[in-house]
Design a protein. Sequence first.
Length: 320
Amino acid sequence: MNDPVDTVPDDVMLRLPDGVVLHVELHGCRDTVAETTVVLLHGWTLDRRLWHSQIADLPARLGGAKRVRILAVDLRGHGASSQASARSATMPQLADDLAVVMRELVEPGRAVVVGHSLGGMALVEYAHRYPAEFVASVTGVIMINSSAEGALHTRYGLQPVLAAAVRAAELGGTGVLARIGLGRPHRHLMPALSPIVRWLVFGSDVRQADIRLVTQMVGVASLRSIGAFRPAIEHQRRLGALGVMRDIPVIVMAGGRDRLTPLACGESIAAALPHAVLRVIDDAGHLLPLEHPEQVTDAIVDVCLLAGSDGPPQADAAAR
């Protein structure tokens, strides 16, 4: 009989070299030598709550809570992790943070890492900065609504000229937010901004509870975090780093209506990794873990099973 996931997780607080305290929510097996460790990395302005459906469902799907260890990480400046300076809101710093998580909380050769949006970009940066550690630790990857080319393909669903203007205005505005500091005055405005949130990050099938959750998560992020990370997202160019993943199973998930990381982002990742499987959900937006949680859980399970098998990754086995 499968063991249910623990209803009360352990909260692990990792102090990083620059003094930032990273919050990691630990579910399932408390032993680092669990058969599988799934590391969940959320997107920009969000937090670990993005993964609530996957956290609830994965243990039963992977043989019980005693066999799977789930680490839901709050990136620096997000969720319950402490705030950071604007200068540390960079991709290299996120990669350094992930390296600490992997060294401290993951047994080598047992990690399947799931990155959504900014979390996926942090994972790619980790592969770039720490290729030997990546190969030693990571046995499978799921990239969701993410990019290895920054915001190169971002159009917000608009015509190119208008999209370029919006992008320039966004970068200027977030630069102002980064300088404002650690306050969260926007949290009181988020309910009124729900229609904009719904248009920007969701596809055709939206639950009101998911919109509320997203507005709550964005409301927790400080203005500094919202503003300071935006240039890092804009300028990352790391397609070459994907080569480190060539010998492990990789599933790339994209939403056909994603206005922030459109299908071209997922296609470029899949093109760089011929063995990777690209799964496109046509009616979905930028938040697949909320919009289509079962399909995201399926992808994680598929990669975990492939990672635990012998031999090279097989695209046909991961495809659905």
